[in-house]
Design a protein around this ligand. Structure first.
Ligand code: MYA
Length: 415
């Protein structure tokens, strides 16, 4: 998951949000208080050790039957290979998944994206969990996990990345989400995996870090027309269009699309780069081939190959995640690119990301989004990104960190 598409932030919205977050820290979490996650009461207690909160149990002690659902509903495993099932999942999410705070936009993950996100190396079909109404067989809820190796400081931990938790709008607030979370946990445990990573726009016990979304307008007129951004003070439309204008083609010599033969070099580059962050994926060549080799309308990756030495020195990538525009006469979709993994050794990061903006513009994206993770803060303001109102909280399940990270210490981007 992630977070709402976010629009221009204002100082007042920031204050209101900080107040709401502090209120939600004092709120009771009937479900989350029972789970092995960092609890709010323990924030600041540096005597607690880093690492797993609970030890693994014997596999024979893991509950063998699924959790009980309310009697009108049944579990289903969603085979994303099936065109029919994939369409059902796509439609559930298209109509019921994450919206921004003002309900102007809703994520519209494509079917190809969902297949990519849910079928990485070593994936388990049993972790793609749906709930159907028994009578109509209609898909009404969904949650997924995919396996990942995530390094936390010096330890590489096998985890599940949990995403796409969704309950149909008509079935909200009936405590279905906790049952779904317990069921995915059970199925992850059955594979002898005891930790998980996930993100959410809501504050739960307890974020390992909180990130902010930043947005770089590529098509400012459309963004203003649909209410994604506002015309700045003392700005006209034509000045705004000029402000965000970009060159027609990338500036860096040797900048080109990543290809299959680049997988070993990109893996080395990325592994070396990610080693500086406290929490980051431990990617091998298979992971890089899956997650970073370009897939049309899903993920784009570019690199810099030195024209002299043919050495691969820099890399940038972004994924495609459109949002439906709710209730606009003229436009139905916002085409958004999301910054993914970027590595620089020779090309300045600012120049590399400016080239990423240029290719995103060539591909007709309306906006380029980035979190303030890794070294992104060093280019956001300079490249005319503006802060959004979307916060994204990162969480680990059954793994404690002594204290929260700065967003720049995080080397992990979830979809
Ligand atoms: S984040 C994206 C989440 N999806 C959306 O925002 C889409 C739109 N919203 C919905 O579909 C529903 O509102 C959802 C909640 C399904 C979110 N993460 O059933 P309820 C807690 C975790 O009455 P509903 C993503 O996909 C809430 O605090 N918990 O509520 C990552 C309360 O618990 P407590 C959440 O609104 C998901 C309880 O649920 C979230 O009908 C990671 C209320 O349940 C949330 N986003 O349904 C999941 N929202 O009383 C955790 C609400 O304690 C994975 N809640 O406060 C954990 C690791 C598992 C694997 C472990 C392996 C070892």
């Amino acid at each position: 998951d992630s977070n709402p598409v976010a629009k221009d932030d204002s100082a007042l919205e920031t204050i209101v949000r900080k107040f709401q977050d502090s209120m939600s820290m004092s709120k009771k979490h009937k479900f989350w208080e029972t789970q092995p996650v960092g609890q709010f009461k323990d924030v600041g207690d540096s005597s607690l050790p880093e690492g797993p909160i609970e030890p693994p149990t014997l596999l024979s002690e893991v509950k063998q039957e699924p959790y009980n659902l309310p009697s009108q509903y049944e579990w289903t495993t969603c085979d994303m290979d099936s065109e029919e099932t994939c369409t059902e999942v796509y439609n559930l999410l298209k109509n019921n998944y994450v919206e921004d705070d003002e309900n102007m936009f809703r994520f519209n993950y494509s079917k190809e994206f969902l297949r990519w996100a849910l079928r990485p190396p070593g994936y388990y079909t049993s972790w793609h969990i749906g709930v159907r109404a028994k009578a109509s067989k209609k898909l009404v809820a969904f949650i997924t996990g995919v396996p990942a190796r995530i390094r936390v400081r010096d330890e590489v931990v096998k985890m599940a990345e949990i995403n796409f938790l969704c309950v149909h709008k008509k079935l909200r607030s009936k405590r279905l989400a906790p049952v779904m979370i317990k069921e995915v946990t059970r199925r992850v445990h059955l594979e002898n995996i005891w930790q998980a990573a996930y993100t959410a726009g809501v504050v739960l016990p307890t974020p390992i870090t909180t990130c902010q979304y930043w947005h770089r307008s590529l098509n400012p007129k459309k963004l203003i027309d649909v209410g994604f951004s506002r015309l700045g003070a003392r700005m006209t439309m034509s000045r705004t269009i000029k402000l965000y204008k970009l060159p027609d083609s990338p500036a860096t010599p040797g900048f080109r699309k990543m290809e299959l033969c680049d997988v070993p070099a990109v893996t080395r580059l990325l592994r070396n780069y990610l080693s500086q962050f406290a929490v980051a994926p431990d990617f091998d060549e298979n992971d890089v081939e899956h997650w970073l080799l370009p897939t049309e309308d899903v993920v784009d990756s570019y690199l810099v190959e030195s024209p002299e030495t043919h050495e691969i020195t820099d890399f940038c990538s972004f994924y495609t995640l459109p949002s439906s525009i709710l209730g606009n006469q003229t436009y139905s979709t916002l085409k958004a690119a999301y910054s993914y993994y970027n590595v620089f050794t020779k090309t300045p990061l600012l120049q590399l990301m400016n080239d990423a903006l240029i290719v995103a513009k060539q591909k007709d994206f309306d906006v380029f989004n980035a979190l303030d993770v890794m070294q992104n803060e060093t280019f956001l303001k300079e490249l005319k990104f503006g802060p959004g109102d979307g916060q994204l909280h990162y969480y680990l399940y059954n793994y404690r960190l002594r204290k929260a990270l700065k967003s720049s210490e995080l080397g992990l981007v979830l979809l």
